[in-house]
Design a protein. Structure first.
Length: 84
């Protein structure tokens, strides 16, 4: 990870698209995670106030491999860097 700004929604992923929810209506961002293959919403990343950080909220009955989790982690890292 470099010090320059990296857009959280431009994570290069083989299986996932990261899309900012412009209608979220909160001060913090919400990123919706969508399957490239099936165009299903698989989960989202949003601010979790109790932990004072962004967290991943998967949809029920979704399965995640290490590569996809790494992509989600990269998106979260970019969101946290943006807050600093």
């Amino acid at each position: 990870m470099t010090d320059e700004y990296q857009d959280p929604t431009h994570v290069v992923s083989k299986y996932l698209n990261f899309e900012e929810d412009d209608h979220w209506g909160h001060k913090t961002k919400r990123i919706v995670i969508v399957s490239k293959r099936h165009v299903d919403i698989l989960g989202d990343i949003r601010w979790y106030g109790r932990w004072r950080q962004y967290a991943f909220f998967p949809e029920a009955k979704t399965v995640w491999n290490p590569e996809c989790m790494r992509d989600v982690q990269e998106c979260i890292a970019r969101l946290m860097a943006e807050r600093r």
